[in-house]
Design a protein around this ligand. Structure first.
Ligand SMILES: [Zn+2]
Ligand SMILES: [Zn+2]
Ligand SMILES: [Zn+2]
Ligand SMILES: [Zn+2]
Length: 448
């Protein structure tokens, strides 16, 4: 397998590959506690369906009142102000808008004709149906299903536009902060397509497989409807549609072979999204949306992570939890750390389809459990955040943090640090907690 040539913009990380472990990330130099090791822009971010009227399609910020700017084409996305509308409108129109516009159609409950046969063909052995005509299904997608469909269609629309319609990759300008453009890593469609996916089948996850079959069927009919509309409408309605379509971009027709190729991508893209997407959370623990950020997906999971992803919106920020020596593998956690080994393992098999073999899961004693438990949020409300050192606090202790990386002064530093306390911040609820600086500088040797 090749390692994609990601533009890491000077991040102190390196992507490696071995046959056994697949892709993973290591530190290319010593990393300080709290250091930002990667700032990554999402390839696509999508508002959760249940809050789509309150979450801006561009900046992903939440507003308690319904947002004023709504897309007149699909009526499915909202923007918080004119700046976000102008920054994002063309991109949205070029890609997902024409498909989102059809979300009001209840494809699953329509009597489908022989033209839907590609659904059963493309889902191959995992689909229970093999007939060319499928009866209507009395099934209603819930909010989470719709969020999944929105993300799938957003990525699929980019695939269609870039591969078949000759539209290049359109990206929004990033806003500058105090006149400075942020130095972030970016990704391309190719990076998304090269993400690892786990095959979801009847045998490894029956419920997920059933839902994916339904999503695949729905999106197949949606794509066909947009690119190969059936001529079953009456003349008056057709005229009306033609008038409408002159206002909108005319949808290019795709041939059968192109449609089949596109439809065959629905399932693998869905599985890639399921294994690789990140939630975007408000500071009040509300899930605002999801993002696919391929670079971020190279971090493996550990139940004793050394990296934390700090909640942002369209930029994901990864920080070192503590001092990490050069060459160490960098891992984030995909789960709530405050759980027993059995429940963590069950969760990872169910949601990510792998058996965790991290150092904490393999630890016979409780030293790693005790170490990582210091980083769980201790807030009164149950929160699955992890404490990390914020930049401001890091600046205050810069001298000590930097010196500790120099082995020659390690002993003196350890003595000086006895009295030093830092305030760590929870990555979810943003509550603070005092912490011994020495602890951050000296992770246990069986961990690194
Ligand atoms: Zn906005
Ligand atoms: Zn739209
Ligand atoms: Zn584990
Ligand atoms: Zn918290």
């Amino acid at each position: 397998m090749e390692i994609p040539s990601l533009n890491l913009k000077g991040s102190p990380i390196e992507i490696k590959y071995t046959e056994n472990e697949g892709r993973y990330v290591v530190a290319s130099r010593d990393l300080e506690a709290g250091e930002t090791i990667l700032l990554a822009r999402s390839y696509v971010s999508i508002a959760s369906d249940n809050v789509k009227k309150n979450v801006c399609n561009h900046c992903l910020q939440y507003s308690p009142s319904t947002l004023v700017e709504r897309c007149s084409g699909c009526r499915q996305v909202y923007w918080c102000d004119t700046y976000c509308y102008l920054s994002n409108r063309d991109i949205h129109k070029h890609y997902e808008c024409k498909y989102f516009k059809n979300f009001n159609k209840d494809y699953l409950n329509q009597q489908s004709t022989a033209t839907t046969s590609a659904t059963s063909q493309s889902s191959s052995s995992t689909s229970s149906s093999t007939s060319s005509s499928q009866p209507p299904l009395a099934y209603k997608f819930d909010d989470d299903d719709w969020t999944e469909i929105r993300m799938l269609v957003a990525i699929l629309s980019r695939f269609i536009a870039i591969k078949y319609l000759g539209v290049g990759e359109l990206k929004a300008e990033m806003p500058t902060i105090q006149g400075m453009t942020l130095n972030f890593a970016d990704s391309t469609l190719q990076d998304v397509l090269s993400l690892v996916e786990n095959k979801i089948t009847e045998s490894n996850n029956k419920a997920a497989c059933k839902l994916i079959n339904l999503i695949e069927r729905y999106v197949t009919l949606l794509i066909k409807d947009v690119h190969q509309p059936q001529d079953h409408t009456n003349k008056k309605k057709r005229q009306q549609q033609q008038e409408e379509s002159q206002v909108q971009l005319q949808q290019p027709k795709l041939n059968e072979q192109q449609l089949d190729e596109i439809i065959s991508m629905i399932r693998p893209i869905t599985c890639k999204i399921r294994c690789n997407q990140f939630g975007i959370w408000s500071k009040k623990d509300k899930c605002l949306g999801v993002s696919v950020t391929p670079i971020a997906s190279y971090f493996n999971h550990s139940c004793c992570p050394n990296i934390v992803d700090v909640r942002g919106t369209t930029l994901l920020e990864f920080k070192a939890l503590h001092f990490i020596p050069k060459g160490s593998q960098l891992c984030i956690s995909y789960l709530d750390l405050d759980q027993t080994t059995d429940s963590r393992q069950d969760y990872l098999i169910y949601s990510y389809y792998f058996k965790c073999g991290c150092k904490r899961c393999n630890d016979k004693g409780d030293s790693i459990d005790n170490w990582i438990s210091q980083f769980y949020c201790q807030g009164t409300k149950k929160c699955s955040g992890t404490y990390f050192l914020e930049d401001e606090e890091r600046q205050l202790h810069k001298d000590i943090l930097t010196k500790s990386n120099d082995n020659t002064s390690a002993t003196t530093t350890a003595t000086t640090n006895q009295t030093n306390k830092v305030n760590l911040t929870c990555s979810y609820c943003w509550k603070k907690r005092p912490f011994k600086l020495e602890t951050l500088l000296n992770p246990p040797s069986n961990l690194i």
